[in-house]
Each structure stands twice: as C-alpha cells, then as structure tokens.
Design a protein around this ligand. Sequence first.
Ligand SMILES: [Zn+2]
Ligand SMILES: [Zn+2]
Length: 167
Amino acid sequence: MLEKIDKRNFKKVWIWYAVAAVIAAVAAAAVLYTVIGTGTAVTHHHDWVELLPLSGRITIASVAAAAGVFGIIYWVIVLECMIKQTRKDGANTMLFGILTLFFNVAAVIGYFIYRSFMIRCPSCGKIAKKGSLYCRSCGAALELNCKNCGSRVLVSDKFCGNCGHEM
Ligand SMILES: [Zn+2]
Ligand SMILES: [Zn+2]
C-alpha cells in the first residue's frame, strides 16, 4: 500500500515538470513584455531600459528568461532527487517533497540532518530510528549484543565500540 502511494508520488513529479514549463513560459513572456514592451505603464518604472537600443533590450530579456527557465528546471530536479531519495530510504516522501517544493536546498539540508538521526537497515536499505532493534520495513535485526562485553552494537559495525572486539 505504502509503496503504491510512493510510486504515485514519484509519477506526480512529471506533472510538476509541466507546471514548471507553463510558469517558465509565462515568466519569459512577462520579461519580454516588460523589457521590450513600449507600454507607458510598464516603461515608466524602467527609464534605464528606454535608453538601451532594441538589441540590448532583447539581450537582457533573453538572459533573464533563460535564467528563469534554468532556475525552474533546477528547482524541479532538486524536488525529483528528494522524492527518489525519500522513496529509497522509506522516509516520508509527501512531507519532504512538499518542503522541497517550497524551500528547495534548505529542505535538502533539513533532510540530511533528519537522516543523521537514522540508521540504514543492512538488509533492505530503508532507514530506521537510531536505537531501533529491528527494521520496521523488513523485520531484520539492526542491533546485536557484543559477544565479548555484551554492549549493543549495530549489525553493520565491524568492531565493538565499547571493547574493540571484532564482530
Ligand atoms: Zn530492513
Ligand atoms: Zn564489546
């Protein structure tokens, strides 16, 4: 069930590409109108633009439109990476997807901080809270008792953190 929802979330990314394309087109049209347009209401606030030759205005408009398009493509790629990664980790794709949609890189940093409080299941690769004895996704053991001193060690540990005994 959860996997189905996650798959659907992943497919939704392609809808965001379409939305981003429409926004980019509208933004590009707005920039072109503002910079090249001769409407008095628009150019009133852009007196410096009036001084430029038409070729200069077209250049500025093109650069601004291209920057806008690349910015939106970059934003959506970060969102797609976040959705893929949270799906792989078994984390909350919906929550982190929405956070990334609005905060982008800040949400990615937030996810890295969140991940630092988690451990990865060596069996299925999903993340689990530090200190969990078993994986919630596949039921595999995440911690064992050291055969030498009895303290808890991660299944993935090569040596005991307490006594140095090789696992
Ligand atoms: Zn697992
Ligand atoms: Zn030990």
